[in-house]
Design a protein around this ligand. Structure first.
Ligand code: G
Ligand code: G
Ligand code: MN
Ligand code: NA
Length: 253
C-alpha cells in the first residue's frame, strides 16, 4: 500500500521517466529502434525497479493512467526524433489490465494524434498470456490497433503458452525471443536449436524476429546467421535516458 501511494505521487510529480534501449539491425549494427522502459527516479536515483512497482501498478489499477502517460511520452519523444530526421521505431510495453481497459484504443489514438508522427514508428509489445487470455476479443482489438498503423510484437516469446496456431490467428508483426534462450545460445545446443526454429518459423509466418538480452559477440553472430533481423541487449547498450540515446544516434551518424 505504501508503494501504491508513493507511485500515485510519483506520477503526479513527474518522477516516472522513460529510458530507451537500442535495437540494432543485425546485419549493419545501425540503431533502428528502441524499447521504451519505465524508470522511477527521485533526484536521478532509481528508488524502485519495474519488477517491484509494475505489479503494484497492475493490481491497483494505476497502470491505466501510468500506461497512458507512457504512451503519450513515447509518442512525443518519437515524434521529436522523427522531426530531427531520425525515424526510430519505438516499442512500448503494455500490461494486460491496461490492454483490457476499455479506454486503451482511444488513449493510443490520442497519443498518436497529439504527437503528429507516423503511427508506423510506434510498436506495442504484448505478452503471450494477455494475447491468449481473451481470444476473439483480443484479436479484434489488435486488428483495430493495426488499423491505426501501429505494429504489434509478442514479448518474451517462448516462455508462455502461445501455440503456433495462435501465432497465425493473431495479427502480430514481430516476435521477441526471450533472453533465457539467447543466454545459452553459444553453449547449449538445445537452446540454439529452439532459437533457430523460432526464427525459421517466424519467417515462414512473415514475422520479424527480435532477439533480446544479447550480451556477447558470439550470441550476436549466431543470431545473425540464423536470420534474426534485430538485436537488443547490453552488447549494444542498456536502457538510457533520451539525451544519452540521442548522443548514440549522433555518434553513429
Ligand atoms: O526495464 P527492465 O529494466 O527492468 O523491465 C522490467 C520489466 O518491466 C519488463 O518485463 C518490462 O516489460 C516491464 N516494463 C518496463 N517498462 C514498462 C512499461 O512502460 N509498461 C509496462 N506495462 N511494463 C514495463
Ligand atoms: O520483459 P521485457 O523484455 O520487456 O524487459 C526488458 C528487460 O530486459 C529490462 O529489464 C531490461 O533492463 C532487461 N535487459 C535488456 N537487455 C538485457 C541484457 O542484455 N541482459 C539482461 N540480463 N537483461 C537485459
Ligand atoms: Mn519488452
Ligand atoms: Na522481453
Amino acid at each position: 500500500l505504501r508503494i501504491e501511494q508513493e507511485l500515485r505521487k510519483a506520477l503526479r510529480r513527474g518522477d516516472l521517466k522513460l529510458h530507451y534501449q537500442p535495437k540494432v539491425d543485425a546485419r549493419t549494427g545501425a540503431i533502428v529502434g528502441a524499447e521504451a522502459l519505465l524508470r522511477w527516479l527521485v533526484d536521478g536515483r532509481e528508488i524502485y525497479i519495474p519488477d517491484e512497482f509494475i505489479p503494484v501498478a497492475e493490481e491497483s489499477g494505476l497502470i491505466v493512467p501510468i500506461g497512458e502517460w507512457v504512451l503519450r511520452e513515447a509518442c512525443r519523444q518519437t515524434g521529436e526524433w522523427y522531426r530531427a530526421g531520425r525515424s526510430i521505431v519505438v516499442a512500448v510495453n503494455v500490461s494486460a489490465p491496461q490492454f483490457q481497459h476499455p479506454g486503451f484504443h482511444a488513449a493510443l489514438q490520442t497519443a498518436l494524434a497529439e504527437a503528429e508522427l507516423p503511427p508506423s514508428l510506434i510498436e506495442l509489445e504484448l505478452t503471450e498470456r494477455m494475447v491468449m487470455s481473451a481470444g476473439d476479443q483480443s484479436r479484434a482489438l489488435m486488428q483495430r490497433i493495426k488499423d491505426l498503423g501501429v505494429s504489434l510484437a509478442l514479448d518474451d516469446f517462448g516462455t508462455g503458452y502461445c501455440s503456433l496456431s495462435y501465432l497465425k490467428y493473431f495479427p502480430i508483426d514481430a516476435l521477441k525471443i526471450d533472453r533465457t534462450f539467447v543466454r545459452d545460445i553459444a553453449s547449449d545446443a538445445d537452446n540454439a536449436a529452439i532459437t533457430d526454429a523460432i526464427i525459421a518459423m517466424a519467417h515462414g509466418l512473415d514475422m520479424v524476429v527480435v532477439a533480446e538480452g544479447v550480451e556477447t559477440p558470439a550470441q550476436a553472430e549466431h543470431l545473425r546467421e540464423a536470420g534474426c533481423s534485430l538485436l537488443q541487449g547490453f552488447l549494444f547498450g542498456p536502457a538510457m535516458p533520451a539525451d544519452e540515446f540521442e548522443r548514440q544516434l549522433v555518434a553513429e551518424a
